[in-house]
Design a protein around this ligand. Structure first.
Ligand code: SDX
Length: 425
């Protein structure tokens, strides 16, 4: 909706360029710059610091106030009162399910958790010590070689079936990555367990004895899934939307999101946080690492700190910190040395002028790694858990993109290469 205008005066162009200013239901207004190309102009915004790439109704973030809403519901309320299956329904459909809708959704997901037996053969091509995110990229991408029964992306039912299959199968594939690294047999999913319990079962159960998921750990796992489910137009979600804009296979689009998430500046940060805490090793070494983080000539950054959007506490980090204390207490690990280093590091950083003036606060990744380690998940599986959780966000945005008329995404550039010249000779 445009009821305001922006006026652009450009040296060398006589006319004043009039641009519509659009507003949504929350957040900053946007200047609609689509007319600029007809005036021979592009906008320039590397890193998309000031660019709204699309309109979306799924998630809203107010970085200044530290607010995150899914379908209008604050993340702390969802983490406290909802569960991951309900949040998945909310992200896909825009409304919380009633009891009947939820029961049907949970039942449908449960009945899609197995993967095609042929898919398990893909694992054998990887070394046992392959990074599980490399395996996730490969095996989730391989899903695009299956399910040719529902790939008409313009068919709403086909898109819904893709979403169910991905939400259902991603924990199974994630657990298979872990089992493969151990040389242990893959565990089949069980329909008598909740989504989070089933994941813990497939991760830590063996055919040799009964495995009963700890309810406190299952609740913490479900909360971690909720906290990572979606986050507006972050790098991996934008990757999925851009891949989807070409009409690519949805499973291949999700694999592109997994690849983008893997980077340490994005979803790979939770693994990097644990590696950093282990490298710090002792609270006495914190000042040395704070100094490195502040040194403009040192590429080291404090992993788990800072965020492109949040210039306040990441609301997910607050919930994660409480859950971290609960899990470590349940496991008798209140005095976990890494947690102690993390808490001291947080305290020191939050008082340091460098971090204060740059509004660098702990983000979602700062505490998640400590919880995951306490649950017994190896560090190199942390980003796999993030990818598992975020799959619903990716497929919800992919679905939203294909639910209305759309165009292939095709950014332009500021060209700085050689001007035209003839081939020599
Ligand atoms: C996620 O986008 C999302 O929503 C992502 C995510 C999601 O749910 O999808 O929230 C998940 O990716 C969380 C972020 C996880 N990444 C990390 O924890 C890695 C450490 N953080 C940084 O790499 C960084 O803060 C980013 C990548 C998160 C944000 O980078 P920006 O927005 O590009 O900020 P910047 O690099 O321009 O930094 C501004 C200043 C710079 O200093 P100056 O040039 O002003 O002197 O702050 C400094 C940076 O050097 N800075 C840091 C820092 N983060 C930024 N200095 C030390 N340690 C850090 N962590």
């Amino acid at each position: 909706m445009a009821d305001k205008k922006a006026y652009l005066k450009v040296d060398g162009i006589d006319e004043t360029i009039e641009l519509p200013v659009l507003h949504g239901t929350e957040g900053p207004d946007v200047v609609d710059v689509r007319a600029l190309v007809s005036k021979g102009l592009f906008t320039y915004d590397p890193g998309f610091m000031s660019t709204a790439a699309c309109d979306s109704a799924i998630t809203y973030i107010d970085g200044g106030k530290g607010i995150l809403l899914h379908g209008g519901y604050p993340i702390d309320q969802l983490a406290e009162k909802s569960d991951y299956m309900e949040v998945c329904y909310l992200l896909l459909n825009g409304e919380l399910p009633n009891a009947e809708q939820k029961e049907k959704f949970v039942s449908t997901v449960k009945n899609h958790t197995m993967v095609h037996e042929q898919l398990s053969h893909f694992f054998n091509g990887f070394r046992r010590d392959a990074h599980p995110m490399a395996i996730m990229c490969g095996v989730v991408g391989a899903l695009s070689a299956f399910y040719h029964d529902s790939l008409d992306i313009d068919n709403e039912h086909h898109r819904e079936v893709c979403a169910y299959r991905l939400v259902a199968k991603i924990p199974t594939i994630a657990a298979m990555c872990y089992k493969y690294s151990l040389g242990q047999p893959f565990m089949f999913p069980r329909n008598d367990l909740s989504y989070a319990e089933n994941f813990l079962y497939m991760m830590f159960g063996t055919p040799c004895e009964e495995y009963k998921p700890n309810p406190v750990l299952a609740k913490a796992m479900d909360k971690i899934f909720i906290l990572h489910a979606d986050h507006e137009q972050n790098a991996s979600t934008s990757t999925v939307r851009l891949a989807g804009s070409s009409g690519a296979n949805p499973f291949a689009c999700i694999a592109s999101g997994i690849a983008a998430l893997w980077g340490p500046a994005h979803g790979g940060a939770n693994e990097a946080v644990l590696n950093m805490l282990e490298e710090i090793g002792d609270a006495d070494n914190i000042p040395e690492f704070i100094a490195k983080a502040k040194d403009p000539n040192d590429p080291f950054r404090l992993m788990g700190f800072g965020h492109r959007v949040y210039r306040n506490f990441d609301p997910r980090a607050k919930v994660m910190k409480v859950s971290c204390d609960e899990v470590l207490k349940e496991l008798g690990l209140e005095n976990d040395p890494l947690l102690k280093i993390a808490k001291q590091l947080e305290q020191i950083a939050l008082e340091d002028e460098y971090f204060v003036e740059r509004k660098l606060y702990p983000n979602v990744d700062f505490y998640s790694g400590i919880i995951l380690k306490a649950i017994g998940i190896p560090t190199n599986m942390f980003t796999v858990i993030f990818a598992l959780s975020r799959t619903i966000g990716w497929i919800s945005h992919w679905n939203e993109f294909h639910s209305s008329p759309n165009k292939i995404g095709r950014p332009r550039q500021l060209y700085t290469g050689p001007t035209m010249r003839d081939y020599p000779g």
